[in-house]
Ligand binder design. Structure first.
Ligand SMILES: Cc1cc2nc3c(=O)[nH]c(=O)nc-3n(C[C@H](O)[C@H](O)[C@H](O)COP(=O)(O)OP(=O)(O)OC[C@H]3O[C@@H](n4cnc5c(N)ncnc54)[C@H](O)[C@@H]3O)c2cc1C
Ligand code: FES
Length: 258
């Protein structure tokens, strides 16, 4: 298991409360796959005791750098945002199972709600390296929160935007926009309500898809069972899967939504 004291190369506040931090973590960068996460010690001491899971947002393997994109929601993320260039951040990972890269002719379609673009951006980097152009459905409450549009287009992908307030693109949810022309192999990440709707659209249209889930985590390595979600049991009924090791990426049809 890889534990790294990674130096901060850059930390930018992209929008008030939203940060992108780039860390020097050579071995983690080499090992990382899209959809995996790092379990981050956000403070410089053992308080808070628990690490916080953050998706691997971007990787530069040549430079041995990993970026995380995160929103401040509580103490851990606030402590991380307070760290400056040159300071160290202790990382555990890459952890979890990532996205399956598309094979053959199936077109890749990315559906991201808000901060859900965090892990999907790394997937888009990898698709671009494979010369695969994806249709990217980006949703947010307002235009300012449609993140990384220029970077995504520079990677060669096509963006379709949706905003709740209609300030840019389709006026409505990103899943409503995707539902107007549902096709391709779908990769989704965003709030639970959005993923539930997206999984219904995937099922109704008999598409293949993978969704990246979030649950509160303890250990991050499968031991404490604090991160379980309900999944389909082969045969019948449901079982509990651990988001940290069985996920965070699950086939869309496997998740049982309450
Ligand atoms: C696999 C995985 C990948 C993630 N990737 C990212 C990412 O790339 N960028 C990002 O901004 N966030 C991501 N998250 C969520 C992130 O882990 C939490 O926001 C963070 O742990 C909150 O820590 P905190 O100490 O700041 O807040 P806390 O003080 O721990 O909590 C503050 C509030 O946030 C809620 N909360 C905390 N964790 C979660 C969670 N996992 N899901 C829903 N609500 C939660 C709490 O219930 C509470 O209301 C990811 C979560 C998982 C499980
Ligand atoms: S966080 Fe401990 S089992 Fe998943």
């Amino acid at each position: 298991m890889l534990i790294t004291d990674a130096e901060i190369i850059q930390q930018d506040e992209i929008l008030p409360g939203y940060y992108r931090v780039t860390l020097s973590a050579f071995l983690a960068a080499i090992a990382a796959k899209p959809g995996q996460f790092l379990h981050v010690r956000c403070g410089s001491t053992l308080d808070p005791l628990l690490r916080r899971p953050l998706s691997i947002h971007a990787v530069n393997r040549e430079r041995g750098e990993i970026s995380l994109f995160y929103r401040i929601v509580g103490r851990g993320t606030a402590l991380l945002a307070g760290k400056r260039k040159g300071e160290k951040v202790n990382l555990l990972g890459p952890l979890g199972s990532g996205f399956t890269m598309p094979v053959g002719v199936s077109a890749a379609v990315v559906v991201a709600g808000g901060i859900g673009i965090a892990p999907l951006y790394f997937l888009l980097q990898e698709l671009s390296a494979l010369k695969t152009c994806a249709d990217v459905f980006l949703g947010a409450s307002t235009s300012k929160q449609l993140f990384f549009t220029q970077e995504i287009e520079a990677l060669g992908h096509r963006i379709f935007s949706a905003t709740d307030d209609g300030s840019v693109g389709y006026h409505g949810t990103v899943v409503d926009l995707f539902e107007q022309n549902p096709a391709g192999r779908v990769y989704g990440c965003g709030p639970a309500g959005m993923l539930k709707r997206l999984s219904q659209v995937i099922k109704q249209n008999e598409l293949c898809g993978e969704l990246s889930l979030e649950e509160r985590m303890g250990c991050g390595v499968g031991a404490c069972l604090s991160c379980v979600c309900k999944t389909v049991n082969e045969g019948n009924g449901a079982r509990y899967s651990r988001v940290c090791v069985d996920g965070p990426v699950f086939p869309a049809g496997e998740v049982v939504w309450e």
